[in-house]
Design a protein around this ligand. Structure first.
Ligand code: 1GP
Length: 234
């Protein structure tokens, strides 16, 4: 069990706004994944976040909150990931909501638990792209610039390539990984089979599996072993 996210290869992302039975949650938490990330793009409240955290806490797996709503910052997670959407059209998602949250909580935060994710949203159809008004019309050099911005300019410990809902361009992901000096490359989007998990694990440092947990649990669970195999061969 790694409590340092730089050691994580596989993460399941659970959405507090979606239903999951105790039986399925147990399978996810005992799957051998490195961590559970709690987060989503809409319908996130303090209450549904507390509820999901308390259910995950029955298990030993590390649990991180990806904060997307300043009203749903729930204490008790092992870590807090703060997304800055670098290609957001609405600047609220770059620094606006963050400034509001820090007004409230800045003086009481345990900063050793807080890590910034430099996000680039690449699927224009995703809810996250729509909410943030992300500019997804990017060429390779644009994405390279965002990778360097996250890694070198802003010193984000995580550069997150978000294709939520669709499987992305693995050649592009691999290329960005080669560019990063310190940041860890998180990839999320459309991983719904062990084959896709294997490919994504070759391209990125850490892969995130979200929707498949709800739509195809057995396939989602099989991604854990696929990532292990991909990393063993690297
Ligand atoms: C979403 O990156 C994650 O934030 C995972 O994407 O739901 O498509 O697996 P999927």
């Amino acid at each position: 069990m790694h409590w340092d996210f730089k050691q994580w290869n596989h993460v399941f992302k659970l959405d507090p706004d979606r239903e999951i039975s105790d039986e399925w949650l147990e399978k996810v938490c005992l799957s051998g994944t490195d961590a559970i990330m709690v987060g989503g793009s809409s319908g996130i409240t303090f209450d549904n976040t507390v509820d999901l955290l308390s259910r995950i806490r029955r298990y030993e797996v590390p649990c991180v909150l990806e904060v997307s709503d300043e009203d749903a910052i729930v204490p008790g997670f092992d870590m807090f990931f703060i997304p800055m959407v670098l290609n957001a059209g609405d600047p609220q998602w770059i620094v606006g909501h963050h400034q509001k949250a820090l007004r409230e909580y800045g003086s009481i935060l345990d900063w050793s638990q807080v890590f910034t994710e430099g996000y680039v949203i690449l699927n224009e159809q995703s809810t996250a792209a729509q909410i943030t008004e992300a500019n997804t019309d990017l060429d390779v050099r644009d994405v390279e610039a965002y990778a360097r911005m996250a890694d070198r300019l802003l010193h984000c410990p995580i550069f997150y390539m978000e294709y939520s809902g669709t499987f992305g361009d693995m050649a592009l992901v691999a290329r960005m990984k080669g560019l990063l000096k310190d940041a860890r490359l998180f990839y999320g989007g459309g991983i719904d089979s062990p084959e896709k998990a294997y490919q994504a694990a070759e391209a990125a440092h850490t892969i995130i599996v979200g929707n498949a947990v709800y739509d195809q649990l057995e396939q989602a669970l099989a991604t854990v072993q696929a990532v292990r195999e991909a990393k063993a061969r690297q």
